[in-house]
Structure formats: C-alpha cells, structure tokens
Design a protein around this ligand. Structure first.
Ligand SMILES: NC(=O)c1ccc[n+]([C@@H]2O[C@H](COP(=O)([O-])OP(=O)(O)OC[C@H]3O[C@@H](n4cnc5c(N)ncnc54)[C@H](OP(=O)(O)O)[C@@H]3O)[C@@H](O)[C@H]2O)c1
Length: 264
C-alpha cells in the first residue's frame, strides 16, 4: 500500500520537496493543505491536488510536513491538532520554531522532528538535517527510511545545530545567488549587455562549482592566482576590504535571527 503523507503549506519549499519526491519515484500519496486555493495551479504539474480544508485526509498520514512561515505556525498547529495522535510524526521545516514551542500547542504526545534543507533539493539529493528530542528506534528508522528516499539524511544531536544549519544551509543558496548577481553586475559595468552578462555569469558559476567538486579549494585558488597576476590583485583587494568578515557577520545575523525569529 502507498504511504500517505500530508504537507501543510504549498509555498516555495513545498514545491522543491515535492519535486524531489517525484524525482525519487517514491510511491507516496501526497495530500497538500493550503489556505489559498490559488496555489493549486503550481501543484498540478506534479499531479498533486490541493486541499483547502483540514479534514480526515490528514488523519490518514503517518508523516505531516509543516512548511508554513513562522508567523503562521500557531494557526497551522491548532488546525491539525484534532487530526494527530501519538503515532503521527510531524516534520517541521519552520525556521526558528523549537520542538517545545510545537509540543505546547498539541494535545497528543506526537513525535516532533525539526528538519532543515534548502530549495536546491528540487534539483539534487541535498542534505536533509533533522533533530528530535526523543524517539524510539522504530520511529527513527521510519524517519530515515522516508527522508532517505529523496535526500542525504543527517540526524543532529542538538537542536541548536538546526538553528546553525538554518543560517548556513537553509539560507545558503541566497548567499551564492547574491554573489552571482554581483558578478553579473560587474559584467554589465564592463560593457557587456544583459544577455551576455547573464550567460557568462551562469557559465562561470556552474563551471566553478564543478571545479570545486573535483579539486580542493586552496589548490584551486593557488592554481588560478599566479604571483603578480590579475586574480591575485583581485583577491588581495577582497582581503583588504575584509569581505570574509562581512560574510561571517552576515551568517551570525542569520543565526541570531534563527534563535529568536518571532520576537521582533
Ligand atoms: N524558502 C526557503 O528557501 C526555505 C528554506 C528552509 C526552510 N524554510 C522554511 O520553510 C517554511 C516555509 O517557507 P516558504 O518559503 O515555503 O514559505 P511560503 O512560500 O510563504 O509558503 C508557505 C505557504 O503556507 C501557506 N499557509 C499559511 N498559513 C497556513 C495555514 N494555517 N495552513 C495551511 N497553509 C498555510 C501560505 O499561504 P499564504 O501565502 O496565503 O500566506 C503559503 O502558501 C518557513 O518557515 C521557512 O523558515 C524555507
């Protein structure tokens, strides 16, 4: 029999996860619940129907993936509360909302798991980090079996690791894409048109990440930056401008936010 899962929230991350599940060919029945029926058009391409009400379909699910924004988590949990029991496993992808905060809103003693991944999971087997306070071997095996079908799964020993991974791995693609847009603007400032700048940046970023897949970064930096050359001039300016410090401070801001997401 096909495993039945429910996903609450039909937004960006849900679409990426459904794409990953579909790519893996895992045999699952996916029930998606979102308060906005306009989201159904995006789900159609995956052959998944949208449910706009919290009904019995949820009670059939062993796994409930909670993928709403932090500001909506209380309402979402209140809505699923009547449909869950001690056999249910809730996988929460919500940044900054702790296992304790989720537990407090549920009547039954549900298995709560905090997960973190990023949007790139749609295209490849990305990491899926997870943490749970308690859980029998049987429950942990079930979680691993489910997540391993579409991700590289890693269990965290402390909940705070999820906050750190939110800042680095969850937000991570945005840092890379931000750098990508700086390079694209540099092409344009040098006189290349929009299309050329797009193409050259795209090729540069993809080819560089392939290089990182086959060689170690320090070796690559030395191979590209010859003494007295152009790359060395650029890298020494980046070091002088303390770009490393800026990036570390940015990541610290994300980490701080991931520990106190709703307080501001
Ligand atoms: N996006 C990422 O790269 C990423 C990466 C890692 C983790 N996350 C985490 O994943 C969560 C979702 O992010 P996202 O970018 O996918 O957000 P999103 O695009 O805003 O998707 C959330 C969806 O949930 C719907 N929703 C709100 N309240 C609901 C309720 N009570 N019941 C059912 N559906 C409800 C929203 O509808 P409305 O639009 O009408 O409000 C929206 O369609 C966040 O907590 C975030 O921290 C995101």
């Amino acid at each position: 029999m096909k495993e039945h899962i429910t996903i609450i929230g039909a937004g960006n991350l849900t679409m990426s996860i459904i794409e990953a599940i579909k790519r893996s060919r895992a045999k699952l029945t996916i029930n998606v619940v979102d308060i906005d029926k306009k989201k159904s058009s995006q789900l159609k391409k995956f052959g998944v129907k949208l449910n706009t009400t919290y009904d019995d379909e949820i009670s059939k699910s062993k796994f409930i993936l909670l993928i709403v924004k932090p500001k909506d988590y209380v309402q979402a949990l209140k809505s699923i509360d009547p449909c869950v029991n001690s056999q249910t496993i809730i996988l929460s992808f919500i940044a900054g909302i702790s296992v304790n905060q989720i537990e407090k809103l549920l009547t039954a003693d549900v298995n709560i798991v905090r997960c973190m991944t990023n949007l790139a999971i749609s295209a490849r087997q990305s990491y899926m980090f997870y943490f749970m306070k308690k859980g029998s071997k049987k429950v942990v095996d079930k979680i691993n079996k489910f997540l391993l079908t579409f991700s590289v799964t890693k269990k965290c020993s402390e909940e705070n690791h999820i906050n750190k991974l939110t800042a680095l791995y969850g937000s991570g693609p945005a840092y890379y894409i931000f750098f990508n847009s700086i390079i694209k603007k540099s092409f344009q400032q040098m006189g290349f048109n929009e299309k050329e700048s797009d193409n050259y940046t795209h090729s540069l970023m993809l080819d560089s990440s392939e290089l990182l897949g086959i060689s170690e970064s320090q070796y690559l930096l030395e191979a590209i930056a010859s003494k007295g050359g152009t790359t060395e001039a650029a890298l020494s300016q980046l070091k002088k401008d303390r770009v490393d410090l800026s990036v570390r401070r940015a990541v610290q801001q994300a980490y701080k936010k991931s520990k106190k997401i709703l307080s501001e």
